[in-house]
Write a protein that binds this ligand. Structure first.
Ligand code: ATP
Ligand code: MG
Ligand code: MG
Length: 550
């Protein structure tokens, strides 16, 4: 087997293991904020963090970064846990929460105040922003920057006690208002927010900022490699400053390029807008790039993991064609999906020389890609449906299906010949009259007739009605990063096509959510969550070929 070269993170881990930097340990973490459902970008981060640790005998923590009380909900926590497990990963021990560390973080802040490295600022956020300067111009010191340690300790404890209203005061790190990195210009550590938290309730009315929570949480957990997306590289000096000044466990931050996909958006904030404004029917609407939507649409965990592996780990931002994701699911489903017959756009065929009332149970193989998949019985009778477009009144050249006088094989059944067709008063063809060749039954064909085409069919009296939902790209736009919040102007009007009535073979009455099928010649499908026993609903996961036209 070909040995793949290591990605840059694997190289770092191997060097660290060799030098003994973290005592030979590898502990990564996946740190979602529970303010939405996970999307395929998060899947990339999950595969990377869990995959890297597993490869080097380490483990991964699942830590909810829940420092922002207003947007966070338990519903999101539950969905995130379910999605990580569905992708095939198990975190070390119980799931963790940054909010578990609120008391420790508070004490870290007190430590920095005592060292003269943090101060309480009474200014408004506008005043603070106006003093920041810009990368080419130093900022101004706050008038509160030189408060005494005693005064800062007193004010900070009163902030915690709830004496002040939202926004009345903040705690800031005392670093350097002329620092070339804007994040080092006395960044905020704590803000006052009288808002109940999904886990700590009303215990706290001050909440740590991301920069004061993330690195310290990593350190408390003794994370060895803290992997995040590129936009955090400018936060790294601050991450290191806090750890150094506090003298706590030296976790290290590394950045990789976030995943961007064509024809979609990948921000929980934007996805939430689509949900709230009814553009889609929820977080798991199969058009969404969320894990729950992909699962509902019929994607397998392996297909998503393979996708994340295939696109690799980049150090520069890039845009991946969503066709690569489709390719990965097709490749996986080709191996495992049961082949069944479903006619999406039917025309009736009467096999005139087949005995009226007779029914044959034909054995049709479940999956030619899997020798162990066996076969199932499919009933055949005198009247069947085939796809309308498998017949042409005036066949073009090389049309190897049905037309006047043409022969075709019915999958798993007989060769039939088209003798006649019937039109209604508007000139639409409503019915075909065919004759079958009794000696041509699949598996015991002695007819000696060679036909080039094979088509799928269902027996009308046995067919089951179903609804089919076909999905297309969510946005007509390839690169949504160009349009910011205008992305909603580019929703693909054809992102969902509902076919209210198709005819499927009777075995699909037993279809289960979570099983993948190939509707022969039509694509990969799965039962939707909306299906009931009386009303089957199938989602098209993906077509058999890439048909998107740019
Ligand atoms: P969003 O903007 O969608 O809310 P986020 O980064 O704010 O994304 P978090 O819940 O904070 O969402 O993300 C958890 C982890 O997943 C972080 O480590 C983050 O860097 C990573 N992540 C988020 N989006 C992507 C992406 N598109 N590609 C790779 N990793 C991502
Ligand atoms: Mg985040
Ligand atoms: Mg976010």
């Amino acid at each position: 087997e070909e040995k793949k070269s290591l990605n840059f993170l694997e190289q770092i881990v191997e060097e660290d293991l060799q030098s003994g930097k973290h005592g030979g340990r590898v502990l990564t973490r996946f740190p979602p904020e529970p303010n939405g459902y996970l999307h395929i970008g998060h899947a990339k981060s999950i595969c990377l963090n869990f995959g890297l640790a597993a490869k080097y005998g380490g483990q991964t923590n699942l830590r909810f970064d829940d420092t922002n009380p207003e947007k966070e909900e338990t519903e999101y926590v539950d969905s995130i846990k379910a999605d990580v497990r569905w992708l095939g990963f198990e975190w070390a021990g119980e799931e963790l929460y940054a909010s578990n560390y609120f008391e420790s973080l508070y004490q870290f802040a007190v430590t920095l105040i005592k060292k003269g490295l943090a101060y309480v600022d009474d200014q408004t956020s506008e005043q603070i922003a106006s003093q920041k300067g810009n990368p080419n111009f130093p900022g101004e010191d706050s008038p509160y920057r030189y408060r005494t340690v005693e005064e800062n300790l007193d004010l900070f404890s009163r902030m915690r006690a709830g004496e002040f209203g939202d926004g009345a005061k903040v705690l800031r790190a005392k670093i350097d208002m002329a620092h070339p990195n804007m994040h080092m210009r006395d960044p905020l550590m704590y803000r006052i927010k009288h808002a109940p938290h999904h886990r700590t309730g009303d215990t706290w009315c001050i909440y740590p900022m991301y920069d004061f929570a993330h690195g310290q949480s990593d350190s408390i957990e003794e994370i060895t490699h803290s992997i995040c997306t590129l936009e955090f590289d400018v936060h790294r000096p601050l991450y290191e400053w806090f750890i150094e000044k506090l003298g706590i466990y030296p976790s290290h931050q590394y950045e990789f390029a976030r995943l961007n996909l064509t024809h979609t958006v990948m921000s929980k904030r934007k996805l939430l807008q689509l949900v709230n404004e009814g553009v889609v029917n929820g977080w798991d609407d199969p058009r969404m790039p969320t894990i729950s939507a992909l699962r509902r649409r019929g994607f397998t965990p392996a297909s998503i993991r393979n996708f994340c592996e295939k696109i690799g780990v980049a150090k520069r931002d890039n845009l991946i064609d969503v066709g690569v994701l489709d390719y990965c699911v097709r490749e996986d489903l080709n191996k495992l999906a049961t082949r069944v017959m479903a006619v999406l756009d039917p025309i009736k065929v009467v096999i005139t020389n087949y005995p009226n009332g007779e029914v044959e149970e034909l054995q049709v193989e479940n999956n030619p890609e899997d020798v162990n998949s066996g076969s199932r019985a499919v009933p055949f009778s005198r009247e069947i449906y085939i796809e309308k477009d498998d017949f042409m009144e005036v066949p073009m050249k090389k049309f190897f299906r049905l037309g006047p006088g043409l022969m075709v094989r019915l999958k798993g059944a007989y060769i039939i010949k088209c003798d006649d067709f019937i039109k209604d008063e508007f000139g639409n063809i409503t019915e075909l009259h065919c004759s079958y060749i009794p000696e041509s039954r699949s598996g015991s064909d002695t007819s000696g007739i060679n036909v080039k085409g094979t088509i799928h069919w269902v027996s009308i009296q046995h067919a089951v009605k179903a609804e089919v939902r076909v999905y297309d790209r969510l946005l007509i736009l390839e690169d949504a990063s160009q349009v910011g919040d205008d992305f909603k102007k580019f929703i693909n009007p054809d992102s969902l096509t509902v076919i209210p009535e198709v005819f499927v073979e009777p075995s699909l009455k037993e279809a289960k959510v979570g099983t993948n099928y190939q509707f022969m010649r039509k694509g990969y499908f799965c039962l939707d969550l909306d299906a009931t026993e009386e009303h089957l609903v199938f989602n098209r996961t993906v077509g058999l070929k890439d048909t998107w036209v740019k």
